[in-house]
Design a protein around this ligand. Sequence first.
Ligand SMILES: C[S@@+](CC[C@H](N)C(=O)[O-])C[C@H]1O[C@@H](n2cnc3c(N)ncnc32)[C@H](O)[C@@H]1O
Length: 359
Amino acid sequence: MATKNFDGAKRNKADEFYTQLSDIEKEMRFYREQFRGKVVFCNCDDPFESNFFKYFAINFKFLELKQLIATCYIGSPIANKELSLLPHESVENKTTKAPHKIVINEAVDENNDGAFDLPDIILSLTKNKNNTLTRLNDDGDFLSAECIELLKQADIVATNPPFSLFHEFIDLIIKHKKHFIIIGNQNAITYKDIFALIKANKLWLGLSMNGSNRWFRVPNDYAFSENAKHKVDEQGYHYIFVNNVVWYTNMDTPKRHERITFYKKYSKTEHKHFDNYNAINVDKVTDIPTDYFGDIGVPISFMHKYNPEQFEIVDALNRYALLDTQNTNEAVRNAKSHTCNINGIATYFRIVVRKKENT
Ligand SMILES: C[S@@+](CC[C@H](N)C(=O)[O-])C[C@H]1O[C@@H](n2cnc3c(N)ncnc32)[C@H](O)[C@@H]1O
């Protein structure tokens, strides 16, 4: 179960990073066709503060969505305080920090200004019975029975879930067989449960963030750690620079059908063999030899180029935790090294891949 801790002081700080609209726009454009006629659920998203809700609401017509649902967690420290996209006072029923859900079924130009935007949504909540803002009975935890019922009605989950509950979140949406496009840390690729999904082609990377570092908005009273890179914008909003951000999805992307071309020939000196695992190592994806068809240890960055028609993911090697997904790396376990070594020196995390064809 999720940690129900509403005490701001003890709250997990990394859970309160708010995604910028531009980052959401950059990714969602790749899935336009896949959103048509679908129910989108943002289940870690206060509609009053989440740009995920904002993106799908203002693009409701463009994407031809069937329905948009967003639910808010009671514990959100900024609910009704800082990131207001909608003016709270204009909406009946909205109580400070109350967990609530918003359901949009229709995008109507309520104020007749020729466009559909946030003011129309606000008006629609009081005028149009097809769009509603209501209190949740429970606390808005994505694991609560009430939110799981909403999840069952959804086709696609789109959000940036709390970092500390990433495993629970993935577990839930996979269990309910939902499509999803969510934000996470690239290092999650090396988690045992996440890697197992990657290997089984049930989860892969989106296209726009590629493990880059991104600015996320944080509450104005956020206590930055000494090493954190942060800034305040001209409006006085606070941001933190977060490393290695990626999109995780199970929605199709063009990259998954693009062949990677290689130009290097296999060379025993350049493509070194692991001491304790039957595979060669490459440090850069472009170094994969054209004429080698055995197992190859590649860096995580391979996942940004991965085409499952061209490659099979066989295993993973990690010097910190043995990802024993296939029982093939017994030698590593027996040696108790938990590493993939070359000449006695551990390499970084490696994904072991094999070409599917002689290319
Ligand atoms: C990383 S923030 C992202 C917020 C928003 N999705 C966005 O991208 O801007 C995660 C959000 O999930 C909320 N949250 C924390 N625990 C939750 C839970 N168990 N169920 C639902 N939401 C939760 C946090 O309060 C926070 O608002």
